[in-house]
Design a protein around this ligand. Structure first.
Ligand SMILES: NC(=O)c1ccc[n+]([C@@H]2O[C@H](COP(=O)([O-])OP(=O)(O)OC[C@H]3O[C@@H](n4cnc5c(N)ncnc54)[C@H](OP(=O)(O)O)[C@@H]3O)[C@@H](O)[C@H]2O)c1
Length: 330
């Protein structure tokens, strides 16, 4: 029997920050799986900043927003996927879909770790933080570290890995509540609200010994401020530039790049594809850190596919603490 599925489509390219009217909910019919196919019902959907630049270029109009999700196989005619199995996928903002199995991967059961963690510290955001900081940032124990968007999914994990490595860690974020979470829960040495005073001034005050590694999630004024505070032979791991994502071409204004000459700074962008060899080591370390509480996580969870568009709009406005998710079913 076919089943119905609701999907959230992009129906208009945003002009600046995304708004609810850029999306529409569409009812579709999902057939019974054919030979070699499975039908998956999504349980959790990821809401990511990277969806925003794709809304300008890359994401097809009048199709479901593409992105990461975890679902349960509810009907299977593919021996590789048993009914009831949990699978991660990139079929995005939709309740159910049929797949031939390509692009589905089993979710590894990690004792004592909730499903949400697989989309947060134990999933893409955590792995991005781990490889970005340790491999791309070449972090050494005890260094001076600055992480922007430190109370977001990637930033919160990057900040806490740096603490585990004995570093002095400063984080920036967009509200006083998030500043408190970073200091009181995540255990950072210092944190500041970038909306309260210029980033450059606050970073200078809170990182008096300069910065050896800057984990950049923001670009723009944050990158400018970090470049002005970098120590000799410092590294900038460029993970994201969210301050430019609402601009055409995801442009970001950086004015003092010349600091990389005098400071012999290594500034390098990356994606997780650059360090897949670290995957097993990451999963083992992160599972331990989550279990023993050395990495604290938080998820902001909207319920129901009818709230997926709002979750995307609110993510770009900074409404999330930790990972932004949409839960479709328990
Ligand atoms: N390279 C990779 O492979 C890779 C993989 C995943 C993510 N990323 C990048 O990592 C960054 C964080 O992603 P995430 O998934 O962890 O998202 P996130 O940090 O959980 O959520 C996005 C946050 O960005 C902040 N923000 C929004 N507009 C901003 C602005 N103009 N200036 C400063 N901060 C702003 C908001 O927090 P505030 O309250 O702090 O403003 C918001 O909560 C993004 O740049 C993303 O593109 C890169």
């Amino acid at each position: 029997m076919p089943v119905t599925s609701r999907e959230v489509h992009l129906v208009r390219r945003p002009d600046g920050a995304p708004v609810a009217e850029d999306f529409a909910m569409v009812m579709t019919e999902v057939p019974e799986p054919g030979a070699g196919e499975v039908r998956v019902r999504n349980l959790l959907m990821s809401v990511d900043p990277a969806m925003r630049p794709r809304m300008s270029v890359g994401q097809a109009l009048n199709e479901a927003m593409m992105g990461g999700a975890i679902g349960r196989v509810e009907a299977s005619r593919n021996p590789a996927f048993k009914e009831g199995a949990l699978v991660s996928n990139r079929f995005g903002f939709r309740e159910a879909f049929v797949s031939d199995g390509k692009g589905l991967s089993p979710v590894r059961d990690v004792a004592g770790v909730p499903l949400e963690a697989h989309m947060n510290a134990l999933g893409g955001p955590g792995f991005t933080a781990y490889g970005g900081l340790l491999r791309i940032g070449a972090l050494k124990d005890g260094e001076q570290v600055f992480v922007s968007t430190a109370a977001g999914a990637v930033g919160a994990v990057a900040s806490q890995i740096a603490k585990i490595k004995g570093c002095y860690v400063v984080g920036s974020t967009g509200s006083d509540d998030k500043v408190r979470w970073l200091k009181d829960v995540a255990g950072l040495d210092a944190a500041f609200n970038y909306k309260a005073a210029p980033v450059r001034q606050q970073l200078r005050e809170l990182a008096p010994k300069g910065v050896d590694v800057y984990f950049d999630n923001v670009g723009g004024d944050h990158l400018d401020a970090a470049l002005a505070s970098m120590n000799l032979l410092g590294r900038v791991a460029v993970c994201g530039m969210i301050s430019g994502y609402n601009e055409a071409g995801a442009r970001t204004n950086v004015r003092n790049l010349s600091n990389i000459i005098y400071g012999r700074i290594n500034l390098r962008g990356f994606t997780a594809a650059d360090f897949m060899d670290l995957r097993d080591e990451f999963q083992s370390n992160m599972a331990d850190w989550l279990r023993d509480g050395r990495v604290k996580t938080h998820e902001t969870v909207y319920r129901g596919i009818e709230n997926a568009a709002a979750a995307m709009v609110d993510l770009m406005a900074g409404a999330n603490l930790g990972k932004m998710l949409v839960r479709l079913a328990d």
